[in-house]
Design a binder for this molecule. Structure first.
Ligand code: DQA
Length: 149
């Protein structure tokens, strides 16, 4: 049984900690990666953590996760609201998918209220800050164990 969980981050999340900290907080992407590795270790998961500003790269990483990873955690950032291509790629992934947003997108502009990704995600964690990633990993672990039973 695979214990790999791929954590994918979309455009502008490389600037986490410096970009609108009043919305996204002060934790950097490197801090977030370290948190995910720490939580993953406690859950017996192997974390592959990635960020890209390029839609095609995120799609390629979803394809690479197929048949290999047990689950996906994805914060597609702005591509959440626009990308049918990412939605289509996610439809090809067999395992659980948890969508994460650091900010509470429902409290923000109307264009952030719709997510293509939510139509395929097993669960969605919104507005819990970067802590949402740890919660997503806990949920993935629970779903993986339930499926293995
Ligand atoms: C985000 C919310 C998106 O609307 C935004 O475009 C982002 C980050 C979040 O994590 O809160 O870049 O996905």
């Amino acid at each position: 049984m695979s214990r790999i969980v791929v954590v994918l981050n979309g455009p502008n999340l490389n600037l986490l900690g410096r970009r609108q900290p009043e919305i996204y907080g002060r934790e950097t992407l490197a801090d977030l990666e370290a948190d995910c590795r720490h939580v993953g270790e406690g859950l017996g998961l192997e974390i592959e953590f990635r960020q890209s500003n390029r839609e095609y790269e995120i799609i390629d990483w979803i394809h690479e996760a197929r048949g290999r990873a047990a689950g996906l955690v994805i914060n597609p950032a702005a591509l959440t609201h626009t990308s049918v291509a990412i939605l289509d790629a996610l439809h090809t992934f067999e395992g659980p998918i948890i969508e994460v947003h650091i900010s509470n997108v429902h409290k923000r502009e109307a264009f952030r209220h719709h997510s293509y990704v939510s139509t395929v995600a097993s669960g969605v964690i919104v507005g819990c800050g970067t802590q949402g990633y740890g919660l997503a990993l806990q949920r993935i672990a629970a779903l993986i164990w339930a499926a293995a039973r």
